[in-house]
Design a protein around this ligand. Structure first.
Ligand code: NI
Ligand code: MN
Length: 228
């Protein structure tokens, strides 16, 4: 079984696993690096890490057009239901659930989570997906560095997707420390170069990962995919 992750730019991700199509934080309209239009996104499930506009993005429209189920923390899942999205599933940090595409646990994240209309978006989260073949993918989404990444790493990660953009999330130095705590087989950086504020040299960062860790860094351009 193959699981393929596509980076759509910023923190927007597409996952294909066991025939299921999962979209994460689909901020496409207004994202200058977006590699796909919201109308072209196919989705069975949509994962939302927190309430900020650059993560909620086009998700209401995509959910209504595709009929995809929105999975997030309980506050955000309820907010989507209030927007008229038919299928929602609320979880919370530390809790996992066996969805058709795999076992999904919401993980800790240090960040904010106010929704675009000012509603309370609860606590922000990351995602730890155990695919149906047992492979584990951690998508940190927006967070600062935290020591309990070591606990997430103890699960044995095939892939970690982490922010390196700085200002709102970990920058390159802390993201390198995160790789040392997580010890994934492969790491893919996100949440950088979307705007001038998030400008980073991803190749210089990847060279540091290669020199200082056993993890393989994979740099994607928006629209490119990695399969594991
Ligand atoms: Ni954010
Ligand atoms: Mn963000």
């Amino acid at each position: 079984m193959t699981t393929t992750l596509t980076w759509y730019g910023h923190a927007a991700l597409g996952l294909e696993t066991g025939g299921y199509r999962i979209v994460v934080d689909p901020f496409l309209t207004g994202n200058p690096t977006a590699s796909i239009s919201p109308e072209a996104v196919a989705a069975d499930f949509i994962l939302i890490s927190h309430g900020h506009g650059d993560h909620v993005g086009d998700s209401v429209a995509i959910a209504k057009r595709t009929g995809a189920m929105v999975i997030s923390n309980d506050e955000i899942a309820n907010w989507f239901a209030a927007q008229g999205v038919e299928k929602t599933h609320g979880q919370h940090l530390g809790g996992g659930y066996k969805h058709p595409f795999g076992y999904l646990k919401l993980t800790f994240a240090i960040h904010g989570s106010a929704l675009p209309d000012g509603s309370n978006g609860g606590n922000p989260c990351g995602f730890l997906l155990t695919a149906n073949d047992g492979k584990k993918i951690y998508m940190a989404q927006d967070t600062g560095l935290f020591g309990d990444m070591k606990l997430i790493g103890e699960e044995g990660l095939g892939l970690a997707v982490i922010p390196i953009g700085d200002n709102y999330t970990m920058g390159p130095d802390d993201a390198l420390r995160a790789v040392k705590l997580l010890e994934p087989k492969v790491v893919i950086p996100i949440h950088y170069n979307t705007f001038d504020l998030l400008k980073q040299d991803e190749h210089a960062w990847a060279a540091r990962v290669e020199k200082e860790t056993k993890t393989k860094p994979v740099i994607l351009k928006p629209g490119e995919s990695y399969s594991l």
